[in-house]
Design a protein around this ligand. Structure first.
Ligand code: 6AU
Length: 453
């Protein structure tokens, strides 16, 4: 204990714990932020830490070591150097070129891998690493974390059958800091109160549309869910066609099977108000919403002009409009959005080689949660339950094309990301029989949703 305590005080002096108001990876706010990255600059402490971790590992039967990216990587590397057990590297996202491997290094199916995590909160990112390693055929018997924030992570991981140990627990750390008068009783109480009230359980089941409707405040978000439940479809078709005649023909075939029709009006050669009025009437009759995929991406005054003026006058007919928030949270404020219209932000594109990293995505999700006009977002990952998740890049057979698009099967969208809506374009409008194909995607999407419940 003495050794561990002494070690903790040494790393504490590096500034690994910060107090204030922070947003965690999960989107959760926290009065405390723990970051072990500074240790990477102190080889002496890295060695001490890895020796302490190795000392705690229950059995030495592992053949590989892997750190949860990226904070645990230098620690796992040191462990590997100290124990002479090979390291493998897990990527957060594949590079989109070259081998596209998610796990780098030399390994064989059936090998037993020790996972190292730095801070465990809910266990979500650890679980992603476990899943990715198991997909490669590796066996996970032991997991070591450095610090448990005591917010449910260890229990969540144990619940699903993994053996996990931690070097420090937050309660124990507070005791050390109090003993040395680094923290006052009052501060500890305040932080402990927060932590106790923010325990996350990993849910095995996804949230239903009915439950989601309760969490969504915008009327258009609720309406989209009502349509989905009534028509039993979570399919949005992207009619990326350049002639109104073709769009209307497609709609006549698929209108009964969709909850939304997505347009890029600026690609239509013969756009007219009679077309849009006609389409609007069909959308009311067949009960689906019209989404304009405008991807607003400017400062607020320009976004506002693009939304209300010009040839297309989007706000006069669209139920939902998409927007990037690259220009910051203000760019989607003061847009004079009508009451009956909602926004979908773009957090993460479906293309490979996209420039949005985890930090950017997290910021977009935070902006989306705070803006009452936003009903949901486009992303390739699970998002907060208060946002509707829209997944483009859907195809039964195609994985990747040479135009930069990446595709996943509807099952993957629902199973892995807990998507709410799939957006399907060419797989339907380019098919020989769009009616039958739309029905197939509708069934696949609905079944995948139901299977997750
Ligand atoms: O199925 P596809 O690839 O033929 O069509 C997908 C549609 C296109 C894209 O402009 C759009 O979805 N899209 C979006 C959206 C909806 O904003 C985001 C994204 O990340 N990827 C993507 O393809 O109309």
């Amino acid at each position: 204990m003495e050794e561990k305590e002494q070690f903790f005080l040494e790393i504490y002096n590096l500034g690994i714990i910060k107090f204030g108001n922070f947003t965690l990876k999960s989107g959760m706010n926290s009065p405390i932020y723990i970051d072990f990255r500074p240790i990477a600059s102190r080889p002496d402490l890295l060695i001490k830490l890895s020796d302490l971790l190795l000392h705690e590992v229950p059995s030495y039967d592992f053949e590989l070591i892997c750190g949860v990216p990226y904070a645990a990587l230098p620690i796992a590397t040191t462990l590997s150097l100290r124990s002479k057990i090979p390291l493998i590297i897990k990527r957060k996202e594949n590079k989109g070129y070259g081998t596209e491997r998610m796990i780098e290094g030399i390994y064989k199916i059936g090998q037993n891998c020790l996972i190292i995590e730095d801070v465990i909160t809910s266990g979500d990112s650890l679980l992603k690493t476990i899943i990715d390693l198991e997909k490669e055929g590796l066996i996970i018997k032991n997991i070591m974390s450095i610090l448990d924030r005591e917010q449910g992570g260890i229990e969540n991981i144990k619940k699903i059958g993994y053996n996990i140990r931690t070097l420090f627990r937050i309660g124990e750390v507070f005791k050390i800091l109090k003993k040395k008068s680094f923290l006052k009783e009052k501060e500890i109480h305040m932080i402990q109160f927060f932590i106790k009230n923010n325990i996350k359980n990993i849910q095995n089941k996804r949230i239903s549309y009915e439950e989601k409707k309760e969490k969504i405040s915008h009327p258009i978000g609720k309406k989209l869910i009502d349509i989905t439940l009534k028509k039993k479809t979570n399919l949005i078709v992207s009619a990326d066609l350049i002639e109104t005649k073709k769009i209307l023909k497609l709609v006549s075939l698929i209108g009964d099977r969709i909850c939304g029709l997505k347009l890029h009006v600026d690609i239509i050669n013969d756009f007219s108000y009679s077309f849009i009025n006609y389409l609007k009437n069909i959308s009311i009759k067949k009960n689906f919403l019209l989404l304009e995929d405008r991807k607003l991406c400017d400062v607020s005054p320009t976004n506002c002009l693009q939304l209300h003026y010009g040839i297309h006058k989007i706000s006069s007919w669209a139920d939902i409009v998409t927007a990037h928030v690259l220009a910051g949270s203000m760019s989607i404020q003061n847009l004079n959005i009508p009451y009956h219209m909602g926004l979908i932000t773009i957090s993460e594109m479906s293309s490979y080689g996209g420039l949005s990293d985890d930090n950017y995505i997290r910021k977009v999700l935070n902006i989306s949660l705070k803006n009452p006009k936003v009903i949901g977002t486009v992303a390739q990952r699970k998002v907060d339950d208060r946002l509707l998740l829209f997944t483009p890049g859907i195809h039964f057979y195609e994985k990747k094309n040479n135009l930069g698009n990446r595709y996943i099967h509807p099952v993957q969208a629902f199973e892995k990301n807990e998507s709410d809506f799939i957006i399907v374009g060419k797989a339907i409008f380019q098919s020989e029989n769009p009616k039958i194909t739309a029905e197939e995607y509708r069934n696949a999407g609905w079944k995948a949703y139901e299977n997750g419940l």
